[in-house]
Design a protein around this ligand. Structure first.
Ligand code: DX5
Ligand code: ZN
Length: 218
């Protein structure tokens, strides 16, 4: 399977949101990565439903929504109605994760689970076959532009082993601090999808930066 790049809209210019959404549409990017933060699960608030609605109005690619919120069950239907294709919830925010995953599927979306940097892969042993994606946080969630945590490589290998051992077809997504320096190694150890925010949007030519990332990983 081709390896995927998902630019994080968190790093876009919100005063020129349509321009940046069209840039992603016209680029080699595969998905839109949408970061929803509630100021409770993470120490930051990003944006909410009206902004996501504005994004999905113009976006022509898969919408990959990453919920960094407590009690995400309350909003599963809302995010489905807003056009989300893959909905990722945090392991650390879900008391009844199995039920949450079932509810995401029942609402017609693919289901992902994100793990904070300190959360071991082993907590996914009894749920991995239900998951379309696992998002490994390679920074502490809440902010763009942080540096990549090196321990992530080890976790990717462990997750890859768990997926293979369980005969699952779960995708591995890496979120945080992704650049052209670590992209190749991330793919080599087993990643399928790379989220990139500031590396894409702070570059001089985001379209070219996305094309370069795609070339590096495929
Ligand atoms: C962090 C978010 C990320 C963020 C990544 O909490 O989940 O998706 O946008 O940004 P960079 O690529 O700048 O680390
Ligand atoms: Zn994210």
């Amino acid at each position: 399977m081709k390896k995927l790049v998902a630019p994080s809209v968190l790093a876009a210019d919100f005063a020129n949101l349509q321009r940046d959404v069209e840039m992603i549409n016209d680029s080699q990017a595969d998905w839109f990565h949408i970061d929803i933060m509630d100021g409770v699960f993470v120490p930051n608030i990003s944006f909410g439903m009206p902004v996501l609605k504005a994004i999905t109005k113009h976006a022509k690619k898969t919408i990959d929504t990453h919920l960094m919120i407590v009690d995400p069950d309350r909003y599963i239907k809302t995010f489905a109605d807003l056009g989300t294709n893959i909905l990722t919830v945090h392991y650390e925010a879900c008391t009844h994760l199995h039920r949450t995953i079932q509810s995401i599927h029942a609402n017609g979306m693919k289901a992902g689970v994100a793990l904070n940097p300190h959360t071991p892969i082993a907590v996914l042993e009894d749920i991995i076959t239900e998951l379309d994606m696992v998002c490994l946080m390679s920074v502490n969630p809440g902010f763009g532009g942080q540096s990549f945590i090196e321990n992530t490589y080890k976790k990717i290998s462990q997750l890859k082993n768990l997926i293979d051992y369980s005969n699952a077809s779960t995708l591995i997504e890496i979120d945080g601090g992704v650049t052209d320096k670590n992209a190749n190694k991330l793919i080599e150890v087993g990643a399928d999808v790379l989220v990139a925010g500031s590396f894409v949007f702070n570059s001089e030519n985001p379209t070219e930066t996305i094309a370069n990332l795609k070339a590096i990983i495929n």
